[in-house]
Write a protein that binds this ligand. Structure first.
Ligand SMILES: [Zn+2]
Length: 135
């Protein structure tokens, strides 16, 4: 068997595992979303927001608030993971000194409301200035 065939086979196996993992994760996400929706409906009855037959806008408004909350949660997690994957030092754009990258939280206005996001930030003691690693 020549090497290109072996490499091709491994590549296909990797893709098969990835697509199985994608399917598993999508199924898990669907389940979690259905459960979140069920909990939200139960909560709206218990906390008294939804009583009798409310105007549809009450149902819609509450559902939309939860959607925005989920969006902010995803954005926060994505930023935390990106920050954790960043290199631990960066070069000062002014003097070239290596500076430590530290996670820094800041409130960002997103389309889904204010969100406390984490990002890597550097401070150069020599230049007494802060900057972002990507800058
Ligand atoms: Zn500097």
């Amino acid at each position: 068997m020549d090497d290109s065939v072996v490499e091709g086979a491994e590549e296909n196996r990797g893709e098969a595992q990835d697509s199985e993992r994608v399917a598993r994760l999508q199924e898990r996400l669907e389940r979690a979303l259905r459960e979140a929706a069920q909990i939200e409906v139960e909560l709206s009855r218990v906390d008294g927001t939804i009583r009798g037959v409310p105007h549809y806008s009450v149902i819609e408004g509450r559902a939309h608030r939860l959607g925005k909350q989920l969006s902010r949660e995803i954005q926060q997690r994505q930023m935390r993971e990106l920050t954790a994957d960043q290199s631990t030092t960066c070069k000062c754009p002014t003097c070239g000194r290596r500076c430590a990258v530290r996670p820094k939280e800041r409130t960002v206005q997103t389309v889904d409301g204010d969100s406390l996001l984490t990002e890597g930030a550097c401070y150069c003691a020599g230049c007494r200035r802060s900057f972002f690693p990507t800058a």
